[in-house]
Design a protein around this ligand. Sequence first.
Ligand code: HEM
Length: 312
Amino acid sequence: MRVAYGFDDISRNETLIHNAEALILGFFEAVVPGRFLVNISPSLRHVPSWFPGAGFKRFFSDLSHISFETLYPPFEGAKHDIANGKKGNYPSMAASLIDNLPEDGDLNRVEQENIARNVCGVAYVGGAETTVSLALALLYVLASYPDVQGKAQAEIDSVIGPDRLPVVTDIRDLPYVHAIVKEVGRWFTVLPLGVPHSNSEDDEYDGFFIPKGTIIFQNNWAMMHNPDVFDKPFDFIPERYLKDGQIDPSVPDAEAAAFGHGRRICPGRHFSNDALFFMAASFLATYTITAPENEEGNIAPMKLESRNPSVK
Ligand code: HEM
C-alpha cells in the first residue's frame, strides 16, 4: 500500500486491503475454466440477471463494483494528498506518476491518468497477496528449520553486526540469507499453475495439436519440484543455491518458472525478490521465529494454508 500509494494510515489501508482481497478472490474464481456456464454457452450473456442460472451476472456486477472501489478511491486519495502538499514520508508509484501527468486540460491527460491509476491498482493487487503469501511461507520455514535459521542469524551477526539493521544492498554480502529467499520461492511456488493463458493461433507441441483458443496452464509447481533438476525437491535446502559460499547462478530459481514465462512474465519479480530479502534479513536480525506451543508446552504442528485456491 505504501509502495503503490504512499499511505501509512492503518485504518485507511484496512478498507483498501479488504477490497483488494475480495477482488483477488473474485478474480481467481472467475478464471477457473468452466466455473461459469456462460463461458461454454456465450449466448447466456443475453439473459437478464434475475433469470435462474444468471448468478454469473450478479457475481460480475459485484466484482466490477469492488474493482472500481479498489482502483479509484486510493488513486484519488493520493491525488488529493499531493494537491494538498502531503507527499507522505516515502516515495510511491502514485506520487511519481501523478507528478508526471500532463497539465489539466491537456488532450492526453485523461488517458495518462487512466494508465497511472491502473498501473498503481494492478501493482498493488498483483503484488500484495502473492508477496504476503510468500512471506508467510518464509516464517513457516524459519520456524520449521531452526538449523537454517541459526546459520542465517550467524551470517547476519558476523557481516552486519549488532549496530545497524540490514538493508537491501546487503544482499551481496549475505549469500546464505539470499539462498533462503531463493529456496522459499522455489519450494513454495506461490502460484502453482500460474495464470491461465490461451493461444491466439493453432499450434503444435511435442506431437500434440493445440487448437486456437485452448486454455493453457503452466505447471510452474512441477518445474520447481522436478527431481531431475532439484535433488530432494520437497526438502527445504538453501545450500542448493550455494557454491563455495557464494550464490550459484547456474541453479534455476523462482525466476525460472514461479513468476510465469515469456512476455507476460511477472513484472514485479525483482521488487518482490528484494522485498522478501529485506523481510527475511530484518526478521532474522531482530527475532528468532519458533513454532507455537500447545497447552502442554509441546511444539504444536503447523499447517501452511491459504484461503485462495490459486494463490497458495
Ligand atoms: C511472490 C511474489 C509474486 C509472484 C510469485 C508472482 C507471480 C506472477 C505470475 C505467475 C504471473 C503470471 C505470469 C504469466 O502470465 O505467465 C504474474 C503476473 C503479474 N504480476 Fe506478479 N508475482 C509476484 C509479485 C508481484 C509484484 C510485487 C507485483 C507488482 C509490484 C506483481 C505484478 C504483476 C503483474 C502486473 C502481472 C501481470 C503481467 C501481465 O499479464 O503482463 N507481481 N505474477
